[in-house]
Write a protein that binds this ligand. Structure first.
Ligand code: GAP
Length: 458
């Protein structure tokens, strides 16, 4: 069964993965809060990315830079002048639209207005009588430029405050620290710097649940290499990204590459691929992989006046490295993981179960502990719970009958359930039930942690 976005939201809310932001005040549009299971899944996603791209990767090191950067950063990169979307308001219902999106939507993505000037977009919308998708009206304001960066002020008095931006990508904090990291890590080219952190964009059309939001997290790697070797490394990181998704259990039929046409590339890029995932509304961007040449370093070198070149220890040649950037949104991967893992499984002729068949490393809770009968078995079950807490993310559940507790554990993807029953009180053994096969084994308590540790690593 394929879940709709509405069903995914209802599921997320029911079990405590994601809640509407500021709900008790009527919400704040397009903001989402991650509940107990959501934060755990999110942390597990970030942990695996960090291991694969940073801590267990022979090429790369990590960084955690500030969200607020010197505003010159964004002048240098072109974000102040160029990080803009073409905005149009419907005069009838006041809905805001991106002009290029109006065209794409009306033509079923057959006409791509990316790269058109605003007059061209305006004329196309008028000539083709493209109506407001919200109200059906056909009365628009002219197209205006809208900068996507959130502006705020730094300083305490009106005289001393200065405009500053919340970063729209984590990447630039990496470029600003290129020399610091190079010096202190003693890395030689090729090497990369990875970072996970919040980014902010005042998107005109946020939506599709957590797919496009204004506050989100990115997991970015800037990989520095010698000019001339960039295509080799571009292919390497493309494959690495695809393998990463397969490794965490994302089905390959739900993933494909979209290679940007040469003539449509951003001016600083000589190759870009989007890794697309099959979301409920169709394939859409999960992960961007770009070969960014030496654009960022050269602009920061120019605007800061600091030398950012790399001196090749073998040839003594100095040059600005080229960069390959795989950039992935945590929320987009979170959504893809949910969509890919959630299923309604027929378990016999009459019964089905909701099952989150998620990779065990990502499961928000690894083990659930159940006393079979609360009155008799909860004291021992609490003991087992404490024992397991030393090693795993564990939950304790004594509400409702045991069948319902198993169903709940399946629905949130808990790989193992441990049940304490009468026999446990007699011989210190427990039953361990595995999520996917529903098979049960009986084990001595003294072997429980070791057994689960081994099984969870499989
Ligand atoms: N440093 C390059 C960069 O930021 P991007 O294609 O604008 O490139 C990279 O963003 C990734 O960040 C996207 O592929 C997506 O996963 C995530 N992302 C971008 N905007 C987002 C938004 N508004 N909401 C959620 N995720 C977003």
């Amino acid at each position: 069964m394929k879940y709709t976005l509405e069903q995914l939201f209802a599921y997320s809310k029911q079990y405590g993965f994601i809640f509407q932001g500021s709900e008790i005040y009527g919400g704040l549009a397009n903001t989402w809060d991650f509940g107990p299971l959501g934060v755990s899944l999110k942390n597990n996603i970030k942990k695996i990315w960090w291991e694969e791209f940073v801590s267990k990767n022979k090429y790369n090191v990590g960084i955690d830079s500030s969200i607020l950067l010197n505003p010159k950063t964004w002048e240098a990169t072109g974000h102040v002048s160029g990080f803009k979307d073409p905005l149009m308001d419907c005069k009838v219902c006041k809905a805001r639209h991106r002009a290029d999106n109006l065209i794409a939507r009306a033509t079923n993505n057959e006409v791509d207005a990316d790269g058109w000037d605003y007059q061209q977009m305006h004329d196309y919308i008028i000539e083709n009588k493209i109506k407001c998708p919200n109200c059906g009206g056909f009365d628009y304001t002219p197209i205006r430029e809208f900068n996507l960066m959130f502006k705020t002020q730094q300083g305490v008095t009106t005289e001393s405050t200065s405009d500053i931006y919340l970063r729209p990508e984590t990447a630039q904090g990496i470029f600003l620290n290129f020399k610091n990291v190079l010096r202190t890590s003693r890395k030689k080219l090729p090497f990369g710097i990875g970072q996970i952190g919040k980014s902010f964009r005042n998107e005109i059309t946020p939506g599709n649940f957590i797919f496009r939001v204004r506050e989100f997290e990115q997991m970015e790697l800037e990989f520095f290499c010698k000019p001339g070797t960039e295509f080799e490394w571009f292919d390497y990181w493309k494959q690495f990204a695809a393998d990463f998704l397969t490794n965490i259990g994302i089905k390959s039929e739900n993933v494909k590459f979209y290679d940007h046409l040469k003539e449509k590339l951003s001016f600083y890029s000589n190759a870009t691929t989007d890794v697309l995932y099959r979301y409920p509304w169709g394939f859409d961007e999960l992960w961007g992989i770009a070969s960014r040449t030496n654009y960022d370093l050269s602009r920061h070198q120019e605007y800061s006046g600091q030398k950012l070149e790399y001196q090749d220890p073998q040839t003594n040649e100095s040059y600005l490295p080229y960069v390959i950037e795989p950039s992935l949104g945590v929320e987009r991967l979170f959504l893809a993981v949910l969509i890919d893992s959630l299923e309604e499984e027929q378990i016999n002729e009459t019964e089905t179960r909701t099952l989150l068949r998620i990779d065990k490393r990502l499961a928000p809770i690894k083990v659930s502990v159940f006393p079979l009968v609360k009155k008799y078995h909860s004291a021992k079950a609490e003991e087992v719970y404490e024992l397991l807490l030393t090693d795993f993310e564990v939950s304790y559940d004594d509400t409702g009958n045991i069948g319902k507790r198993y169903r709940r554990a399946d629905a949130i993807g808990t790989p193992y359930c441990v049940t304490i029953d009468q026999q446990t009180l007699e011989d210190n053994t427990v039953t361990v039930r595995e999520r996917d096969s529903m098979e049960q084994v009986r084990l001595s308590l003294s072997k429980l942690n070791e057994y689960l540790n081994k099984e969870l690593k499989k």
